[in-house]
Structures are given as C-alpha cells and as structure tokens.
Design a protein. Structure first.
Length: 562
C-alpha cells in the first residue's frame, strides 16, 4: 500500500514543485504516477506530467525523469515536450544512444504529423539536443568525427530563419576547438566572423530585454572567442550575478569552459579561458559551496601542483579550504571513486573502493565497492539491479580516452535505506550495498578507512567527493562542518553541500580518511539529539557498516546472475 507521504510527493511533482524528500521516496512517487498513467487516471494529464519532468530535470533528478518519460511513452504515446525532457535527462545520465534514438523518432513524428504549434516549437530544442549528443560523445572519446558532427548540427540550426543564438555560440566554440586541433574543413565559416555575428545579434536582444541570463553568458563566450578577454570577464560577472540565473545555468557554462574551451584551474592562459574557468570555480565555491573539475583534468592538475604549486596558490589565495596540500590529498583519492551506471551507461550514483578486511569481510585484502542500497539493489524502488549495474572509475576512463566499465561479481552485503535521522539499532537500515567487481585491475588502491570517528568540535570537517549526474568530479570543501554523531556511532550529520548523484559518495575527515557513506540530506533533517530539525546531510558511519558486514559475512554473499 502506498503511503500518504508518497501520494503527497506525487501531487507536489505534478504541480511543478520539487518536494523536500529523499530520492527513494521521489522514486516511489514517480512509480505511483506511472501506475496512475496505466489506470488512465484523468488527474494525470500531459500538462501535469510536463510540469513534473521539467521540475525533476531542473533539480537534476534525471533518473526519475527517465522513468516517468518512458512510462508516458509506453502508456500514453508521444508528447513532444515530455519526450524532449526525457531525452535531456538521458543525455545528462550519459545514455547518449538512447537519447539520440528518442530525438530522431520525435523529430520524425513532429515533422510528418500535424501535432500542433507546441510540438512544432520544440523542433529547435530537439535539434540542439542532437548537437549536444554529438558534443558529449566528443568530450567522452576525443573522436574528431563527433566534434565535426556537433559543429555541423549547431551550424545547420543557426542558419535557419530564426537563427537561435544558443546554436550559434555552440558552433563558435566547436569551430574554435576544431582549429585548435588542426582541423580546417572547407566551406565552414570563420569562428571569429561567426562570433562577431552572434555578438551583434545577442547585443540587440539584450538591449530589448535583460531578463534572460543566457544573453550575458553568450556575450561572454563570444568575446572569449574574439580574444576580447576583459569584456568576456565583464559579461561573465553579469551572468553570474544575474537575478534569474540558476545553479543549473552556471554549471552548463562552467562545463562548456572546461570541456570545450579547455579552461584550466592552474591558469596557464590567465587572460582567456583559464581566467574565466578560475572565476567560475571561485564563484561556485562561494555560492554553491562546492568545487568541480573534469575527470580528465585530475591527472594534469596533480602534475601541475607537483611541479609548480604557486600558480594554484595565487589563483585561490584567500580561499582557506583550497590549500595546496588539501587539494593534493583530494586528488589522490579521486581514482578510487567510481560512478554507478546501468547497462545503457546512464549515471545513477557514486561509490568507492575500500579494503574488504577493513570492513570486517574476512582476511582477504581485496578491494570491494561500496555504495547506497538506493543506488544498487534488487529490492529498493528506483535502484539499478546488480546484474544491470556497471561501474566506471572516471579518472581511469579519462586517461584511457574511452569509458571502462566493470560489472558486479557478487553482492556481499545489502541493507535497505531507513528514514532520515531515525536513531535505531546500529545494524538496521544502513542504506548500503557492498559488492565485488569482476576483473578489477590490481592498480586500484582502496581508500584509507578512518580508525575512529572524529570528535564533534567547531572545527571538525566532513568532505564529500562524488560524481553528480551530468557533471565531473564534485568536491565539497566549503562550509563542510561536522555537526553531530549519534550515540550508536551509526549516523553522521554534516553541513556539507551535495547534489543529486552524490548518493554513495565517500565522506572524509580532515586527514582524507573515509569515515562514512553519504546517503541523504534535507533542509529539515531531524536532529540526532533533542527535538527539532536542521539543514544537514547524513552519512552512515563506516564503523557501523563494519559491524553489520562482519556480523553477516558469509551469509549474505550472493553471485550476480548475468
């Protein structure tokens, strides 16, 4: 029987508002909406589902949009707006083939059938997402054919009568990248000429209305392409401080600077893309209390810090949490942090390697992979099943210039999630799944496990490193205060900012020893002591996981059927 709380979450989503609820409860609400679709419930309309999938994507709940979008497609047929949001979610989950198939099919339906003005208005969005599919393939593989396909896709759309400027500025960036890689194709416009054309177009639009923050971002990028770096920086600041800008918007431009313009945090080109990337990183650190970098830049950044740390110190002077030694230790752990995907390559969560013996799994010293049960499980709604799970360590994949995936060999232990902040027996409701991986190379090193939990003091820290969906590595370094630990040393509360996809991330102490498994958070997390609530994230202490795992070792081990 579905609880009243899940019904309330479903109603909130259908009204276009994101509820303050845990991801597994939102997953249950999405399944409830899907059931109502199958029952042909009149209250679940295309408008309400459009609102729900938009809200889920705006809050990066991409895996929930995937479920709801597929349910609508299976049960109610084609809706251009819902399918577009569905494809957008799949791209952010890295399920690029599936997204491309949806977009191709959707475009054919819109163009060959009389589906109305709303469906027709979606065509530029569909074409833009096709360009993004090719762009992300290039970012993942560095295959120049995908770079050319993305350039051609955006150019073709910019050359239509409406000349959507977001297509134009993407074409500018990709054409510039082609030139940087020594690619000079005939009959293509000069990136400089195109950048000037886009700048003139968007300048006029900005004069008419300053409501759209993307005008400022586009002008910043156009000036960057033209080498007018002071203006590029000015427009970047106007974008970052625009009253209508959202964190999702900032993330998108940040990703463009890092992945396409190759902006570096070590500031080798202090007047161009590097400078904008540094400004962006400092802004995100201060406003969103986190720091992101592409997996491909981890090795290069570590080498740069080893050879000359003064540039990094200069760029981040005054940022106490960004000491060079702290960042060096953080970079060392990144290679052991993995991203959980399904068979389609969709990114669903995070996990990490620890030594089996350290967790009480016997005398074997082999690494095991730890994540949340609401990420990998046979029983939790919305979790990927072990037989369908694929693990990728993105630092390894970036160095290999191709995705490297590992399947699960055995489920060693699993415990379903419990209610946030609920104090109970230490071996119950741990939201944990521990697995062994097939053919994991010996080069992988387990994270160092903290021997004890830290004392809760004003300066005690809790750092989280994970793979939010559609992003690179995200490191929470600011405002990362340890708030409380319950008497059973089972729950750890901390005021460390996290995003969707951080589920299953390691929580580190100030020595960068892993002490907990991140699993949830809320603006109204119940306090561990006394009454009331506060804004906090919650992790499951590895010491509690070790007690439970050692108690069940040899009992809950099951081979995964493939």
């Amino acid at each position: 029987m579905v609880s009243n709380a899940v019904h309330a979450i479903a109603d909130t989503l259908l009204r276009g508002t994101m509820p303050d609820a845990q991801t597994w409860d939102i997953g249950s609400a999405v399944c409830l909406i899907a059931d109502q679709l199958s029952q042909q419930s009149a209250r679940v309309t295309n408008d309400s589902v459009r609102s729900a999938v938009k809200t889920l994507n705006d809050h990066r709940g991409f895996e929930h949009t995937r479920v709801l979008g597929q349910a609508w497609r299976d049960l109610r047929g084609f809706d251009a707006t819902i399918t577009r949001r569905h494809a957008q979610a799949l791209i952010n989950l890295s399920a690029l083939d599936e997204a491309e198939n949806l977009l191709i099919d959707g475009l054919q339906r819109i163009k060959t059938a009389n589906l109305g003005a709303q469906a027709t208005s979606e065509i530029p969005e569909y074409e833009g997402l096709m360009g993004r599919v090719y762009k992300q393939r290039f970012v993942m593989t560095n295959n120049a054919d995908y770079l050319g396909a993305a350039t051609d896709q955006y150019l073709a759309q910019y050359e239509t009568p409406n000349q959507p400027f977001w297509h134009g500025i993407n074409a500018v960036a990709l054409l510039t990248r082609e030139r940087q890689q020594g690619i000079h194709r005939a009959n293509l416009p000069s990136p400089l000429a195109l950048a000037e054309k886009v700048r003139q177009q968007v300048s006029q639009a900005y004069k008419r209305s300053q409501l759209d923050p993307w005008c400022a971002a586009t002008l910043s990028e156009a000036c960057l392409a033209l080498g007018e770096n002071d203006l590029a920086e000015l427009w970047l600041y106007r974008f970052l401080h625009h009253p209508n800008v959202k964190p999702f918007d900032v993330d998108s431009y940040d990703r463009q600077l890092r992945e396409i313009w190759l902006g570096s945090l070590t500031g080798g080109d202090a007047a161009g893309a590097d400078r904008l990337t540094i400004i962006m990183a400092r802004h995100i650190a201060r406003t969103q209390l986190r720091w992101s970098l592409s997996s491909s830049s981890v090795t290069a950044l570590a080498l740069a810090l080893k050879t000359d740390a003064t540039v990094f110190e200069k760029n981040f002077s005054g940022e106490s949490s960004f000491s060079v030694e702290t960042v060096k230790r953080m970079l060392q752990v990144c290679a052991s942090i993995g991203c959980v995907c399904n068979v389609s390559g969709e990114r669903l969560g995070t996990g990490f390697l620890v030594n089996s013996a350290d967790l009480g799994g016997g005398h074997a010293s082999s690494p095991v992979f730890v994540t949340n049960a609401h990420v990998i499980s046979d029983t939790v709604v919305g979790a990927v099943k072990p037989k369908d799970a694929r693990i990728t360590f993105e630092v390894e994949s970036a160095n290999a210039a191709a995705p490297v995936f590992y399947s699960i060999d055995k489920v060693l232990f699993s415990s379903d999630p419990g209610d946030l902040g609920k104090r109970q027996a230490a071996t119950e409701k741990l939201d944990i799944t521990i697995v062994s991986l097939k053919n994991l190379p010996a080069k992988f090193v387990s994270l160092t496990m903290a021997p004890t939990l830290p004392l809760v003091q004003p300066k005690s820290k809790a750092y989280v490193v994970g793979h939010p969906r559609g992003s690179g590595l995200q490191i929470s370094l600011h405002d990362s205060l340890l708030l409380d630990i319950d008497d059973d040393e089972r729950l750890v509360h901390y005021r460390t900012p996290t995003d969707p996809g951080s589920s299953g991330s390691p929580v580190f102490n100030s020595l960068w020893e892993v002490m907990a498994l991140h699993h949830a958070g809320s603006v109204s997390t119940p306090r561990l002591r006394g009454e009331g609530s506060y804004e906090a994230n919650e992790g499951i202490a590895l010491s509690a996981i070790r007690r439970a795992f050692s108690h069940h070792a040899g009992i809950h081990v099951s081979a995964v059927e493939h």
